[in-house]
Design a protein around this ligand. Structure first.
Ligand code: KG4
Ligand code: ZN
Length: 334
């Protein structure tokens, strides 16, 4: 039997809709909200308003691109949590209204679970058990995945997320938001060993990035006393050194997780998995330690509805539907 699902993602500053047919993504349309750049971070109220403006055209476009009429759909999926509550409300209300109007089942998806399952959108897909390092602007988690719908967080950040570490470091360097991709860009021309930033000693499989931010701040203050244009003169080397440290913190914990669990199927997910330093490091650790590694296609790394659609496909098969009373949540464990 053919299964056609429309999925909607609206947890932060991307309005996205995707159509999946029989496990294959036919469309994944993403509208970025550029309005936040001028404020140096996402402004929740502006995000909600932009979602409201974008949601109808984005859904229409995704259906059109897939060549599917909404009457043909078998289920409507939406991101339920975690995220900005006002932003989540726009997507969830839209999905509920459509499900009610079309009399179709509704599927609620956990955003972080969906980031992990982005690794299952295209072949080759991991086998189980699988370890996923999910690194985004709001989260840093090591997840043990035993089946598509059975996963457990075995390590996470105690303070800032890896994406935040990139963005806050970039801000200290005077770069615009979101600074992660810019650090990546400058780092390509720099020497990663030029400046040494400390690696925190955090127990178990957890992470901490707030100390790194402070050490970068003190480092810059010290250097700028001697050369006020220190950042401009050394941008590439500073970016390469910061990226090198963030990546080494992430990879050392992933190595520990693999050793402790014995799992060698290892992937990354979330916006920071677009980082070229992290991608290269995953590949070289893979070669060194005999891991089979997975990295989703770029458009499935940052926030997108295709990852919501693939998660919904597994939930559809497990008949995990929700009623119209399902409420979105800013925070939620899975
Ligand atoms: O998953 P995502 O799109 O949204 C959240 O759910 O947070 O992740 C966004 C984060 C931002 O912090 C952004 O700076 C970071 O991913 N990011 C990167 C790169 N591309 C996106 N960080 C480092 N290098 C990149 N190339
Ligand atoms: Zn995300």
């Amino acid at each position: 039997m053919s299964v056609k699902i429309l999925a909607i993602e609206s947890s932060c500053d991307e309005t996205s809709a995707s159509v999946l047919v029989d496990g294959k993504i036919l469309s994944n349309y993403i509208a970025n909200q550029t309005i936040h750049e001028q404020y140096g971070g996402v402004v929740p109220e502006l995000a909600s308003r932009a979602h409201q403006e974008n949601i109808v055209p984005v859904v229409d476009y995704a259906l059109k691109q897939a060549g599917i009429r909404k009457e043909e759909l078998d289920a409507i999926a939406f991101t339920q949590a975690p995220g900005l509550i006002g932003a989540l409300l726009v997507g969830s209300c839209f999905a509920k209204s459509l499900a009610l109007a079309l009399n179709k089942p509704l599927i609620a998806v956990h955003h972080m679970q969906a980031h992990v399952l982005a690794n299952f959108i295209e072949d080759p897909i991991p086998s189980f058990p699988f370890l996923c390092l999910t690194v985004s602007g709001g989260h840093t988690q090591i997840v043990r995945v035993d089946s598509p719908l059975q996963m457990k967080v075995i390590g996470e950040t105690l303070d800032d997320a890896a994406g935040e570490a990139f963005d806050k470091s970039a801000k200290l360097l005077g770069l615009p938001y979101p600074g992660g991709p810019l650090i990546d860009k400058y780092a390509k021309q720099g020497d990663p060993e030029k400046f040494k930033f400390p690696e925190p000693q955090i127990p178990e499989l957890n992470f901490s990035f707030s100390g790194l931010k402070t050490s970068i701040l003190y480092f810059l203050q010290e250097k700028q006393k001697l050369d006020p244009d220190f950042v401009q003169h050394h941008m590439a080397d500073i970016c390469a050194s910061i990226q090198h440290r963030i990546v080494s913190i992430l990879m050392n914990k992933l190595k520990k997780a693999s050793k402790e669990t014995g799992i060698k199927q290892i992937g990354i997910a979330g916006g920071v998995s677009a980082n070229s330093g992290l991608r290269t490091a995953l590949q070289s650790y893979g070669e060194k330690y005999g891991w089979k590694t997975y990295i989703p296609k770029f458009e499935y790394c940052t926030d997108n509805a295709a990852m919501i659609a693939i998660t919904a496909y597994y939930k559809y098969q497990a008949k995990e539907f929700v009623g119209l009373d399902a409420v979105p949540g800013a925070r939620a464990a899975f």
